[in-house]
Ligand binder design. Sequence first.
Ligand code: NFE
Ligand code: MG
Length: 573
Amino acid sequence: MARIVIDPVTRIEGHLRIEVEVEGKHVVDAWSSGTMFRGIEKILRGRDPREAWIWAQRICGVCTTVHALASVRAVEDALGVEIPENAALVRNIIAGSQNVHDHIVHFYHLHALDWVDVTLALKADPAKTSSIAQSISNWPKSSATYFAEVQNRVKTLVNSGQLSLFSSGDWGHPAYQLPPEVNLLAVAHYIEALDLQREFIRIHAVLGGKNPHPQTYLVGGMATGMDGNEPGAALNPVTITLLSQLVQNAKKFVEQVYLPDVVAIAGFYKEWFNYGQGIGNYMAYGDYTLGSLKDTASFEFPRGIILDRNLAVLHPVDPGLVTESVVHSWYTYAEGDQVAKHPSQGETSPKYTGPAPPFQFLHTDEKYSWVKSPRYDGKPMEVGPLARTLIAYAKGSEPVKKIVDGALAKLNLPLTALFSTMGRIAARALESQIMVDNLETWVAKLDDNMAHGNVKMHNGEMWNPDSWPKSCQGFGLHEAPRGSLGHWVEIENKKIVNYQAVVPSTWNAGPRDAKGQRGAYEASLQGTPIADPTRPLEVLRTVHSFDPCLACAVHVVNAEGVPYGNDVMVPVA
Ligand code: NFE
Ligand code: MG
């Protein structure tokens, strides 16, 4: 038995360490550790709830905007505020475009190099790549000349000795299985996706002034001006046309590049539909409505829980049953570390008790992470695009069934294949397709409202703090790209007295709980094959399939500002 440490895990957001125990050629156990403390929940205390979203949004710059949304919803819930339809539309478009942007960046820029050997692209015959490309898609950039040009660009890069963004890959690893031509295709699309994502996210600039971190949220609506007769308004006929074009471009990319690439690459890695199963419990709070968030039945992305991979029964979600445990996390609870606390009563009291540097392994029998362990009704849950897709499927969503069944038929795989590493990757692409269709509808609806003179964007009745109850509590939920996100806020005398965020990557990256139940990363790593213990690429495949964001998961910065690594796991004061 050997223990392998991957620290830092790269091509993620934030600071993640994975320790795995390997017996023979397989992982038999795993520990996931968030290695950086930040503290945004503490920073929020004492502040005006109307500005909470501005601070909370800084939890992360990858899933930008999602914390602003959950935060503003939490405060609206506490104050009993509903928002106008236009504000819901603008929020949906901001969040929906974030979702698609995030999934594209994840597949091409954060995850593809686990599956694609860039150096092999040099051995490809561009004419063959061209015929493969044309056999799977109508995407116009598919000529042999085009792929030869891309190949030359990669050659120049390799010959320069500076691999730049392709440096430090596991090139030549035996687990890479794509033919050279498919590697070249993927590299071409990696580069194209860089341009696409930059262009597409202009949607945030139109609706929110900037990206990352749009600046137009308001408790009670949005501060996005809308006026069909006013060229200076953020939303006018010209900018609506721009939004439509940006959505159309992304839709074409998702349909003609992203989805066909995922299906093509998955076809060469079918055994990865067997690995990485994980916990088997999936949760989604659900999201995306034009009405009240209390009307959960109206959500485009449905709410529900699946237990033990049983798609025949969809369980309801009661946010009152969410808890966080710190039995294996470097925090203390006033009532003792064995209790599991609901976020409305949650506590952020950091206390590092891990080994003093330098050290070889974490004390995984004790506390070993800055991530807490969220549980639903005591059970660990996987959250994210796969959870959402399975829940929508179990609920009978026609568009989701159609697209999932279509992709599985192409790969000749059963539905149960989705419970896997490759299932997570596929779910992200399928969800992007569903989301671009929604974006199209929402932009058209905004246009229609504007044409009918319905330009209301904000309900101002609770804006004056004198109208607030002396004390109140609320929570705001959102389906962020990586999964179910919740913010809980307590307000007293017009100020925030407690604030807790329980975040998608907290659910997935969290450590064991008091009962020893593993978190989603930990559970999914069991059984992972390891061809070469000195280069555990396969472990990265499964960990990356969750699209880890440790900045989100811990949302808490090392006060010394020391760079991160084994030797800087310093106690935080
Ligand atoms: Ni920082 Fe985030 C998303 C949130 S993740 S990436 O999606 O919330 O855990
Ligand atoms: Mg938290």
